[in-house]
Design a protein around this ligand. Structure first.
Ligand code: ANZ
Ligand code: ZN
Length: 814
């Protein structure tokens, strides 16, 4: 039994054992409580990186801990297999995205298996499999039939380098989230999903997500961006047919009497109509051209020079009848509200800057008593609260009240109404790329847009295409894909060649894992009901783990899909993820570990040099999961030394058949409690620290009881599973340690950690207290005064002072 620690040998042995005994395969067992532990599935880029190792190690520790606690644990893994890198690689290596993706999956699956992650591999899912995406196509058609998927002509974010459309969520500070090049606006027709129909519910249900990090909830709330205000109509002085007025959305109807001009987005349809044939037409055209090219994020950010052009037209303030000039302005976006803003330069900073530049008047309508504003002296807009002035019948009202009353008047006179607006936009899902789920739609000259009949699904992505990297999707040139018959009139028709945004696949994969081989629907209802805990208080994936970079896009889309699938009758669930853990990044030399930075540590190198258990232990020990993890080689070596010491110690120590000493038990039970409590809270680093302390104590003893050693190994096993299995077997156990149950501490051994403090009143012993040795004088005094016997003795008397001898006695003088 005194062999050396050879992780490579024992890890291979146990991985084979787990596979042979189907240890991680699960079925629905109604007698057991289920636990669904899920980590965000990877894109099969070629090799796993340290970010994966960290994410999946955390998930695996949770899954193993829950199994030992007796839960029926679902822990699946799969591949988010569509996406652009496959196309780029195919172009670069003259291969095919399908072959590239599949060989990457093969390789990466092997790497995950070498890490010994406890997945039920029978449930593996790859989203590029027609058996998977056919259901997505079906769901898409059902959304189309309910009006939740529709075609929209609009300006879209366009990345010229990737040659594709990006969702707003995929534009980061005006740049493409994938390749960092500047995003442009382009007019295109594309498919949209009506996520805005769920805006209110997506917002409201955030309050139910008690198991989510506050930060993620806040980011989603801000992304949805609910604003309460009013829609106000300004009639045009010279109405155009079909456009008698300009509607604006404002959060500040209280400032309506202070409007001195009107600002429209450059893309606003009225701009062309209003300036047409006027002396301003040329200037306006030039201005619009300039603004449309300006990057959108910058437009919203607002920290640039406000510019505009007069359209030559005027509209009327609906309450005062004043004439108001209409401008095109660069800080108004078409996608929010109505694309038009009533400008109140005295009380809005952007309008203020604009008014200064074009010498437009300021009209003060809110004053703060004792601090009279003077338009000539103002250096910035006054945006605080106050009392309404120059506001006709509303003068003298606090502005908050005026807001309500002005809206009521607008509603009464049918000039406007109370409105709620969201920043959230519908989700554009068309991508002009090849490697994605085909959008199952057909264009017929006579019948228009027709969905592919269900019997004809899936619309399979053809593999006989050539990727050249030049202009557009190869599907446009693939006639056998492109040409089809109209499902209604049978005449020659054409297929949609755009594919779906890959965030579609990840919006429902967690449901597919419940029944991954289901071939008569996206999943079996009963299995989803069991694994997602339909109808229970905390329905959904019990623990979801992944990067915070998905705080908005993926997590919002998955929530949206869940609600849609519920309304389509597929599931009885409103939220997909009951608990969410967002892990930090892996950092090295002060920067995120990434190929482009050249600071990558290859997990495979670690596995070969130290073993998977060391890679795991280090990932868990180096930082709490939600914090960034700073990579350091000494830390890895330290984790390895610890495992090696544990190995040598347990192989060599005198095993004592007896009960073990009191002190040994106290140490052990304290550790059981600490490790269990810490694992519940995902505080793996402190759990490992207490295991290290426990080891230090054990190794200072001549002998340790077999029972204590076994418990120590059980506690270690979710964190370093291979070495734990081997030591467990060395101590004579026949079954996997995962089946041994989670150790339970006994309270009586913990109490020993407390000291007895004698209570004296005027020097006479009146009682005793149990308290932690670290308790402060304040704490002990408080406890003593709460003691029933003490209370009796000091009743009606004044306490003069208390003398405390730490850990021994407290004397209360009355
Ligand atoms: C008049 C006003 C007066 C406004 C005032 C503000 C202050 P949030 O809170 O983000 O919803 N706005 C409306 N549509 C816009 C668009 N498409 N592009 C740019 N700005 C737009 O912002 C709502 C406010 O932003 C609205 O209220 C409108 O300006 C402006 F003292 O109307 B406000
Ligand atoms: Zn037709």
């Amino acid at each position: 039994m005194m062999s050396e620690y050879h992780p490579q040998v024992i890890e291979k042995k146990w991985q084979e054992f787990w596979k042979k005994t189907h240890l991680f395969q699960v079925n629905e067992e109604s007698s057991k409580k289920k636990f669904y532990c899920l980590e965000m599935f990877p894109y099969p880029s070629g090799r796993i990186h340290m970010g994966h190792v960290r994410n999946y190690t955390i998930g695996d520790a949770v899954a193993r801990f829950k199994r030992m606690q007796g839960f029926n644990v679902l822990h699946p893994m799969g591949w988010d297999a569509f996406g652009m890198p496959a196309e780029n690689a195919a172009i670069a290596n003259k291969s095919h995205p399908d072959a590239w993706t599949k060989s990457n999956i093969e390789y990466m699956r092997g790497q995950l298996q070498k890490m010994g992650f406890s997945y039920d591999w029978d449930r593996e899912v790859a989203t590029c499999d027609p058996k998977y995406y056919r259901w997505e196509q079906k769901i898409f058609i059902e959304m189309f039939k309910k009006g939740l998927a529709y075609r929209k002509h609009s300006y879209v974010n366009w990345c010229n380098k990737c040659q594709t459309v990006l969702a707003n969520e995929q534009v980061d500070k005006g740049c493409c989230w994938r390749c960092d090049s500047i995003v442009e606006l382009k007019a295109l027709e594309q498919w949209c999903l009506k996520i805005t129909a769920y805006a209110e519910e997506l917002l409201k249900d955030l309050d139910k997500l008690k198991g989510w990090p506050e930060r993620v909830v806040t980011m989603q709330r801000e992304w949805i961006g609910r604003s309460e205000g009013a829609m106000v109509d300004f009639p045009l002085v010279k109405p155009i047919e079909g456009h008698e007025k300009i509607s604006v959305f404002t959060t500040r109807p209280d400032t309506l009497y202070g409007v001195t001009f009107m600002s429209l987005a450059a893309e606003h349809p009225l701009i062309k109509l209003l300036s047409h044939g006027t002396s301003e037409e040329k200037k306006v055209e030039a201005f619009v051209k300039k603004v449309v090219q300006m990057d959108r994020a910058k437009r919203l950010a607002g920290d640039y020079e406000k510019e505009g052009a007069f359209t030559g037209a005027y509209c009327l303030n609906p309450l005062t009848g004043e004439k108001v000039p209409v401008f095109a302005a660069n800080f108004v976006v078409m996608e929010y509200g109505t694309g038009a803003v009533m400008a109140v330069p005295a009380h809005d900073q952007r309008d203020f800057e604009f008014a200064k530049k074009y010498e437009l008047p300021l009209k003060i309508v809110i004053q703060l008593e004792g601090k009279m504003l003077d338009p000539k002296k103002m250096t910035e807009a006054y945006t605080e609260e106050g009392t309404l002035v120059h506001s006709g019948p509303f003068d003298g009202q606090p502005n908050k009240e005026g807001m309500k009353n002005i809206t009521l008047l607008l509603e009464k006179e049918k000039k406007g109404k109370k409105t709620i607006t969201y920043k959230l936009r519908d989700w554009g899902i068309s991508r002009q790329r090849y490697w994605g789920t085909p959008i199952p739609m057909i264009y017929c000259e006579d019948c228009g847009v027709q969905p592919v009949p269900e019997a004809d699904l899936p619309v399979t992505l053809p593999t006989d295409v050539q990727l050249t990297g030049e202009g557009g999707s190869p599907l446009l040139k693939n006639r056998s894909f492109l040409e089809t018959a109209c499902p209604r009139c049978q005449k020659k028709a054409f297929r949609e060649t755009d594919t779906m945004d890959t965030f579609m696949e990840s919006s429902w994969y967690f449901l597919r894992y419940s029944s991954p081989h289901c071939d008569n629907g996206p999943f079996e209802k009963k299995k989803v009901a069991y694994w997602l805990g339909e109808g229970t208080k905390e329905a959904g994936v019990d623990q979801y783990i992944g990067g915070v970079e998905h705080a908005v896009m993926h997590l919002l889309y998955a929530r949206f899909f869940t609600k849609v699938l519920r309304d389509l009758g597929y599931i009885g669930l409103s939220e997909p993820f009951a608990n969410l853990l967002t892990q930090g990044m892996v950092i090295k030399d002060g920067a995120k570990m990434s190929k482009s930075k050249g600071n990558v540590v290859d997990p495979e190198y670690l596995i070969e040099k130290y073993g998977a258990d060391t890679a795991r232990l280090f990932s868990l020990f180096a930082a709490p999961p939600e914090k960034d993890l700073d990579w350091n080689d000494q830390g890895v070596a330290g984790s390895y030394r610890f495992l090696k010491r544990v190995w040598t110690f347990i192989s060599e120590v005198g095993v004592d058949a007896g009960e073990g000493s009191e002190e040994e038990k106290r140490f052990l039970h304290k550790t059981i409690k600490k490790v269990g409590d810490d694992l519940e809270k995902f505080q793996f680093n402190t759990a490992i620290a207490s295991l290290m302390e426990c080891y230090n104590f054990f190794s200072s003893q001549k002998t340790i009881s077999r029972e204590s050693l076994k418990i120590f190994i059980q506690l270690l096993s979710p964190l370093a599973p291979h070495i734990a299995e081997e030591l467990w077997a060395l101590l004579g156990e026949k079954e996997s340690i995962l089946k041994s149950g989670w150790p339970v501490y006994e309270k009586k051994y913990l109490v020993q950690d407390q000291v007895t403090v004698v209570i004296q009143i005027n020097g006479k012993k009146r009682g005793e207290l149990l308290c932690p040795p670290t308790a402060s004088e304040e704490d002990v005094k408080k406890l003593a005064l709460q003691d029933e016997n003490t209370k009796k003795h000091i009743e009606g008397k004044t306490i003069r002072k208390a003398i405390y001898v730490p850990g021994r006695l407290i004397n209360i003088v009355v």
